[in-house]
Design a protein around this ligand. Sequence first.
Ligand code: ATP
Ligand code: MG
Length: 767
Amino acid sequence: MYKNFTRIISISCNETLQPCITPFLRNSVLCTNKGRISSIGYVFRRTKKHDRNPSSLFVPVPVKPNPDDMNIGEEFTGRLKKQDLLKILNRFYQKPEVRVLASENGLDDTLLHQAFLSFRRHCLEHDLPPDLHITISDILQGAGNVNDLFPYFVRHARLAFPHLDCLDDLKKISDLRTPANWYPQARSMNRKIIFHAGPTNSGKTYHAMERFLSAKSGVYCGPLKLLAAEIYHKANKRGIPCDLVTGEERTHASQCNILTGTVDAPEEDPNTIVEAEPKESSHVACTVEMTSLNHNYDVAVIDEIQMIGDKGRGWAWTRAILGLQADEIHLCGEAGAINLIEEICNTTGEEMEVRTYKRLTELKVQDSALSSLDNVQPGDCIVCFNKNDIYSVSRAIEQRGHEVAVIYGSLPPGTKLAQANKFNDPENSCKVMVATDAIGLGINLSIRRIIFYSLVKPVVNEDGDKEKDVISISQALQIAGRAGRYGSAWETGFVTTFRPEDHGTLKTLLASTPDPVAQAGLHPTAEQMELYAYHLPHATLSSLMDIFVHLCTVDDSLYFMCNTEAFKFLAEMIQHVPLPLRARYVFCCAPINNKLPFVCATFLKMVRQYSRSEPLTRGWLCRAVDWPAPPPRTIMDLVHLEAVFDVLELYLWLSYRFPDMFPDVKLVREMEVELDAIIQQGIFQITRLLRNSEQLLKESGGAAEGAYPRAPRAPARPDDGKGKLSDMLVARGLITPQMLKKLQSELVADSKPDRGKKKLPTRHKRK
Ligand SMILES: Nc1ncnc2c1ncn2[C@@H]1O[C@H](COP(=O)(O)OP(=O)(O)OP(=O)(O)O)[C@@H](O)[C@H]1O
Ligand SMILES: [Mg+2]
């Protein structure tokens, strides 16, 4: 697909607004699963969308009649009967010559058919231009040939399909063959690239960090907030002021409590009327999507560089490696990425040094599976790939008298950190952890043994479809690599499965080498989308993205286009809300878990409010999320509070991009701290919440609303997603019928124009 267009045009692309984290991939590793063990056969696919004819992406624009065409032709040649007109037009469409001529003019069969329907409708419904009227009369009287209609038809087709006139321009805009040229400042430097390669727990990050800490200035870019927070704490503990930058905020070094490993809310000085922003520290730890390309650093560290091949997030690593302005760039990751990075360095003319490391402690695959949770021991971490397993496993382990720390992706950062600290603390009695692969990348925890509760994980494939598949070799190695971390209480790490039938597969996975990373991800920029919109003003942002992906030219020996499904999901959701294109683009990059209806519905409300130029105040937000939040009584309550936390995070993420419209950052941060504490309490009492949920279910004979998340453990079926979304959400237990009713009434109320509210002057061009 990418090789279709071969003209070489280099465009310089200012990329100030790169898209941000694809929501549901936020805390997960998603590598291509080429080395998958197919004998297991756990692959559940939904229908594929990719083999679509690109022409079907273009929707004809309604062609307006020319007001000057009023019956002039009729005065010359008399009135045309509709039946005669129809006959002539249909004859025209059936001519083989028309097909040939159309193809020469860029109209394939799909476009020709649509253009013809539009042309025929237009001729039958409106007065014809005089020249066309006369030509048709001539044909009717035998004085002309139906082929004579072609110029009129093409004139109409170009109005219906404006891309026909600007296809070359569109291809130029989406020529992505030389991404290295998008960063002229980085290209003007002679950067030193050092690749720290090796297995997990071999000291790659440690050595890169030593260099980072000894430099005058530095940036650490990692895949997870938790990992960036670990670096932030380590640096500040060593007395090197380091800020933490995630998608939502910048936490200054002075807010780091190095004793407790937590982040303090900034101290408020009642005598200060205007709060001075603390000066930025010379060192920064950030999530890779937030890497600033406008700063100059002595040293940059890009961790887990093999993620450059991630189908959803790979673009962020590509952007960092090509665009960072640093004298030294340290890459840490799997050796399988060395060749690709070397090739990329050839395009930038930079040399790369490879330093290889060996595992610092032994990692042993145990001879047998755990088989029963009775066999759980201190230092064990049971890794599950879905929340229901997390709940049931932690409950079962607590029933056996162990205290449990729980970590999964959707927990607030403070809660994750508190759970990690509790587990790591040698004085604490909590010595068992239940986690998802949110702990899988680079994190240092005091784990003796990793137990894979299952080896099957839902993933999003290259088409953006969800499927369940055996975890990749890379994922298995990464997760297993959390056991026996060097410097922890355990000198040897162990790994096994829960189920005996998975044991052989795990052994095979861990004995294999991950596939080399073949390509680095790319993603269109806001500027490119703007240029597309300029050429195709009638297209929706979602179809602009589709057209872009189909027309773009990528050097596929090095790069691939990341999947854009999350972006398009949001683009379609907010299409009907009037917004300027740039703002629309930013909203579509928001890191939202689109599986959470409450978050999606609140996001839509936020977009509407923004569109009406009404600032989103704390008061507005409190009404939207029903604040204050009561402590959770059941697991369903806890799930809801996590969604509320996501909404607060979303607010902060948007405030970073639209500070004028999301003004109450400080107050919302305070809400976050409060909610994080409430969720932390919930997690500390997770077993009690589970018991309450079960009790509620028992009392109501299984019909209790809001007791238990009923997400089925069965794999997604091919018909998943059909039918009404609301019915599906209720059926899956993601929302209760009461919540649905409330949501419906709120949406109805929200879509009515607000009366009596004072509006800010409208600043936005409507699209
Ligand atoms: N030379 C060293 N001296 C002291 N501690 C070390 C040394 N090398 C590594 N460590 C410690 O060992 C642990 C594992 O190291 P590190 O996190 O760098 O491994 P890694 O290779 O990056 O692993 P992963 O692939 O999982 O990210 C860390 O706690 C780190 O601080
Ligand atoms: Mg590491």
